[in-house]
Design a protein around this ligand. Structure first.
Ligand code: C2E
Ligand code: MG
Ligand code: MG
Length: 721
């Protein structure tokens, strides 16, 4: 059955058709054979019956002659024997040469009522009463014929041996009783003699079955081939498709279902091929993206990591993971636009590719960070490569009219000293990079184990700071801003002071960066705002309501989503008037999206706050910000002021800045003024407001007595929320 089901459709169809043809031919044959046989048998029966009728007429005539005494009984018997079965041959049996035709092997028998054969071609005078049918056991055929005859005559069937052949054949008899003679006249013959010709029908049928089958097979195979051939092509096409090869199969010039199937297959194959191509392109793209960076066209961190680990497994002796980080890249991006930023990123990568040796690999491992793997080179060669890279990069940027100066922080870790796999080496390089960034210089930092200790210290520091904020160890000192013309205090700046119960006095230069590193910028920012808002009565009482108190806002706090709501909350909580306050921000805030910054500044100004740009001159110092952001004041950094007595260029620059700020109508404040010489120069270039140790150091405010109503207003809930 399984074999049958697995057989090719063409073979199965052929077998079905052959069986159908054969069954049809056999059915027609069987019906025709049966009909014709029955007709011939009927004809034979009639011949036998007619034979008996003729024999009876003859016997009736003889009876009259016998009664008249013309013949003796024996003469009659002999006459009958000759008339019915012919002359006796020398062999002792009748030659059947008679006038009554009973077919090829037909003859007459006459029995008397006791079964004696009065006439018989071979058994004359024998008593046949007990003769039994050779194939129907227990059938006394003579007795049956006698009985039928006596009942009025009729047919009987029995089997008997052929007279000349060694086989038995079916016989048919017609028997009739002659009462005068008390004889039973029987005409008998083999059925075959009559219905032989019916058998030729079978022969004809076999021949025609063969012929029809042959025609059927040829026709069927042509028909089946016309279906299965296109199907085979489709199957081959499908097999190729499952192997990933989508091709068109040969079409056929027919528009029937099979023709449409072929066309449909080709259309489907074409559609799948297109979809597959599309998918393949997408998969290639995904694989590409998984291992490459689109902007710089360099490998990404995944590929870099695989490569480093492979090289390590190869058993190399030494190597370096060098990181270079574009300094203030976010500021570069927001100043010159991200298109130029992308261009720079691309050229950083390409410039390094131009100077690196074969085994080295460069990858863009994150936003503005590139990592380079070097192996088996001397440490001093690293610096040579870095210098060559800078030269190539600058040439490229110049060639492309990019005037932007690009600086880098550098850090590296050494294989195997600092790690034996990519993850460890990269982690240690990143720690060294953190140092490079914090120090804001352009030296090449090598990872040192002591850096890990510093990180641990940072952790301890962060715990102490958290404690300090929640336990109010941090206090506020105020430094005056003074007008050079009137020498009056025109404002104050609130500066955080920390006297730690564990560490003693800690400088803001140490703990402010630590706060920013340890995710405390938000709580600290809120704490300082509320602290200053709480104390402002004492400050204003001391210096007058007109002075503005400046509060430093760290860039991390400023770009925080909750920043505005925290400010609003504090304003409401202490019922302060924002017009009496300045919020100092530094250029670092511009690392974030410029539009957001503008929005935040606009909101603060709408509330009434003034905005001051602190430490101008230390960072990126883009005049672009001065133009784009709606600020009120620019604070020139102390490092600038420090140089004015010795450097004319700085003085010229200060003068230029003054003119610009005047043009934009911004206040300008000189920070860190320590000497009378500095004051003299500042005056000549148009500066009036200064802040520095020359006039005052930051001092805590003394809590003087305030009226009860003022205290009730503001001190109900002096806790950080
Ligand atoms: P800054 O905002 O530029 O503050 C001015 C710094 O210069 C103060 O240092 C002040 O003491 C110092 N200074 C002023 N005049 C002179 C001078 O004549 N000579 C010298 N040598 N120094 C002078 P301080 O208080 O140590 O603060 C350092 C920095 O820490 C501040 O720079 C500010 O960036 C940050 N900082 C201080 N308090 C806070 C705060 O509450 N929040 C935030 N986010 N940052 C703060
Ligand atoms: Mg400040
Ligand atoms: Mg400053």
């Amino acid at each position: 059955m399984k074999h049958w089901r697995n057989m090719a459709l063409s073979k199965r169809l052929l077998i079905y058709i052959i069986i159908l043809v054969l069954m049809t031919v056999c059915a027609i044959g069987a019906v025709s054979y049966t009909i014709s046989k029955r007709a011939l048998d009927d004809k034979g029966k009639t011949i036998l019956e007619n034979g008996v009728v003729m024999a009876s007429a003859y016997l009736d005539e003889l009876w009259e002659d016998y009664e008249r005494g013309y013949y003796t009984y024996d003469e009659v018997v002999e006459s009958v024997r000759v008339f019915l079965n012919g002359q006796l041959t020398p062999a002792g049996h009748r030659d059947l040469n008679t006038g009554i035709d009973l077919g090829e092997h037909g003859y007459f028998i006459i029995y008397d009522s006791k079964g004696n054969a009065v006439a018989h071609p071979t058994l004359e005078n024998q008593n046949l009463w007990d003769v039994v049918d050779p194939i129907r056991e227990g059938y006394y055929l003579v007795q049956d014929q006698i009985a039928i005859a006596k009942k009025g005559g009729g047919y009987a069937h029995y089997a008997w041996a052929f007279p000349t052949e060694d086989r038995i054949g079916e016989k048919i008899t017609y028997a009739q009783y002659m009462p005068n003679w008390d004889w039973i006249v029987v005409a008998t013959t083999y059925e075959e003699d009559f219905n032989k010709s019916a058998r030729s029908i079978i022969l004809v049928l076999i021949l025609s079955a063969g012929l029809f089958s042959a025609i059927g097979i040829i026709g069927a195979s042509m028909f089946v081939t016309s279906i299965t051939k296109p199907m085979k092509r489709i199957l081959e096409g499908m097999k190729d498709a499952s192997g990933g090869q989508f091709r068109q199969i040969e079409t056929i010039s027919r528009n029937d279902e099979v023709g449409q199937l072929v066309v449909g297959f080709n259309q489907m194959s074409c559609a799948i091929e297109k979809a597959n191509d599309h998918l393949k392109r997408q998969a290639d793209r995904i694989t590409f993206l998984a291992y490459n960076d689109v902007i710089s066209e360099l490998p990404n961190r995944n590929r870099f990591s695989d490569y480093v680990n492979q090289r390590v497994e190869k058993g190399i002796r030494s190597g370096y993971v060098l990181q270079l980080d574009i300094k203030d890249f976010k500021i570069v991006n927001s100043t010159v636009g991200s298109e130029v930023g992308d261009f720079i990123l691309k050229h950083v990568g390409q410039s390094f590719l131009a100077v690196k040796d074969e085994k080295a690999m460069i990858a863009r491992t994150s936003g503005n960070e590139f990592s380079i793997w070097f192996e088996e080179i001397h440490q001093s060669d690293l610096i040579k490569i870095i210098n060559a890279f800078k030269r190539v990069l600058n040439e490229r940027l110049e060639r492309n009219q990019i005037k932007q100066t690009i600086d880098f922080h550098y850090a590296y870790a050494v294989y195997p000293e600092h790690g034996r796999d990519f993850d460890t080496l990269y982690k240690h390089t990143s720690i060294a990079m953190k140092y490079a960034k914090e120090n804001r210089d352009l030296k090449v930092y090598r990872f040192e184990d002591t850096m890990l200790e510093v990180i641990e210290n940072d952790l301890k520091m962060s715990k102490l700071l958290e404690y300090a904020i929640y336990n109010q160890e941090i206090t506020v000192a105020y430094q005056n801003k003074v007008s050079l013309t009137s020498e009056a205090v025109v404002g104050v700046e609130a500066l955080a002071r920390w006297y730690s119960s564990t560490l003693g006095f800690v400088s803001p230069g140490v703990f402010i960066p630590a706060i920013n590193r340890s995710n405390l910028a938000l709580v600290f920012g809120q704490y300082m705002l509320e602290q200053v808002f709480f104390e402002h009565h004492f400050v204003h009482r001391k210096f007058g309501e007109h002075i503005k108190i400046a509060i430093n806002i760290s860039p991390i706090f400023f770009v925080e989503k909750q920043f505005i709501s925290i400010v609003k909350h504090a304003v409401d909580k202490f019922s302060i008037d924002p017009k009496q306050f300045v919020l100092e921000i530094t250029e670092d805030v511009f690392i974030s999206d410029l539009d957001n910054i503008k929005g935040t500044v606009a909101t603060l100004k709408a509330m009434g706050f003034s905005i001051s740009l602190d430490d101008f001159g230390t960072g990126y110092s883009s005049l672009n910000y001065l133009k784009n952001i709606d600020i009120d004041e620019v604070k020139i950094d102390k490092s600038f002021i420090d140089r004015i007595t010795s450097d004319d260029k700085t003085v010229a620059m200060l003068a230029a800045i003054r003119r610009i700020t005047e043009a934009y109508d911004y206040e300008v404040v000189a920070e860190g003024v320590e000497t009378i010489e500095q004051i003299g120069i500042l005056k000549t270039v148009g500066y009036d407001t200064v802040q520095g140790f020359y006039y005052s150091k930051p001092e805590p405010i003394q809590y003087e007595e305030v009226s009860l109503s003022e205290m009730m207003d503001n001190t109900d809930d002096h806790t950080i929320t």
